[in-house]
Design a protein around this ligand. Structure first.
Ligand code: PSU
Ligand code: MN
Length: 312
């Protein structure tokens, strides 16, 4: 057996010194995923976004911990050179929960999705995770059975996940129903409407609403430290108004990208990268700016949530 290096919370995880110190001192830490870097945005905007978001979290009083697999090792906290590898290396696998053992055994690089980032964050002792959009139930799932492992993971792993809703290409209603079945609270920050990623609104009301990080931190304490309930809390933070693309404008472009994906036979885990890339092209780059804006705003909220929860 290999002896874990000092500061490692779990024998298979490798924590950066900065993240290990923050966790040991019980200071606030915010986890970040890496699929959004490797498969969600084009280079070099992806790495610029990753670096900027880490800085926003530091400015908010927390320590950022971007999570990925490098050479088969689950890493919690990356430096700038490692973020650059994730953003530009041609062979970075998209790693959901099922893929973790394979990528580790092959000593390969992997970018973690919401599901696998949540699990690794929880193993490291991190309670707040910031991302863009959650995976969920795909449109037409009654035929394809395409339902993201993000949902089952949200049902069992204790992390608050700050997002701008679910991926724009999903069936929002069926995704919210599934989260209800799994016992996952879905709280919209500062709005009575569930957002739809690029847009602040959707046809769905907010299942729950909270207006401050303090209220959200109190939910975390009640759920995990009080009742000992298992599973996540989803915090849906609508994109800032100045950067939203109204649902009426983006809807037709999403439909177009979806029918192109069907025509070309794109399926499984390749669907999201294909659709996001097409939507960036069809919007002339505007959707990328919206995507970056919402991640920035989620980072601000996530940092303040981690700070509030660390004081509770
Ligand atoms: N939403 C986006 N961009 C992304 C993703 C979601 O706007 O890149 C990624 C996240 O990592 C999420 C994953 O966890 O897609 C879900 O993929 P799948 O549906 O294959 O489980
Ligand atoms: Mn899928």
């Amino acid at each position: 057996m290999t002896i874990p290096p000092t500061g490692t919370a779990h024998p298979y995880l490798s924590l950066s010194a900065e993240v290990a110190d923050a966790l040991a001192d019980r200071r606030p830490v915010v986890a970040l995923e890496s699929t959004i870097i490797s498969h969600g945005m084009p280079y070099p905007r992806n790495v610029e976004m990753a670096v900027e978001v880490e800085q926003i979290i530091r400015d908010g009083g927390a320590t950022p911990a971007t999570i990925a697999i490098l050479d088969g090792v689950p890493r919690i906290g990356l430096d700038a050179a490692e973020l650059e590898v994730l953003a530009s290396h041609p062979d970075v696998a998209k790693v959901s929960l099922r893929d973790l053992p394979y990528v580790m055994a092959r000593k390969a690089h992997g970018a973690t999705t919401v599901a696998s980032t949540m699990r690794l964050a929880a193993l490291a002792g991190i309670s707040v995770f910031v991302t863009g959009g959650l995976g969920g139930v795909h449109r037409g799932a009654e035929r394809t059975f395409d339902i993201s492992a993000d949902l089952t993971e949200l049902g069992r792993t204790d992390v608050a996940v700050v997002c701008a809703g679910v991926k724009s290409i999903l069936d929002i209603g069926l995704t919210l129903e599934t989260l209800e079945t799994l016992g996952v609270p879905v709280v919209v920050h500062g709005s009575d409407t569930f957002p739809s990623f690029y847009s602040r609104s959707s046809d769905h009301p907010a299942p729950l609403r909270a207006d401050s990080a303090g209220e959200l931190a109190a939910m975390m304490s009640a759920k995990w430290d009080g009742l000992g309930l298992e599973g996540a809390i989803v915090v849906a933070n609508p994109v800032p108004a100045a950067d939203e693309i109204p649902a009426g404008e983006i809807g037709a472009l999403i439909d177009q990208a979806l029918s192109e994906s069907v025509e070309r036979g794109v399926h499984g885990k390749d669907i999201t990268p294909f659709l996001l890339g097409r939507i960036v092209e069809l919007t002339g780059g505007r959707s990328l700016e919206t995507n970056i804006s919402l991640v920035r705003d989620n980072a601000r909220l996530g940092a303040s949530l981690a700070v509030s929860y660390s004081r509770s």
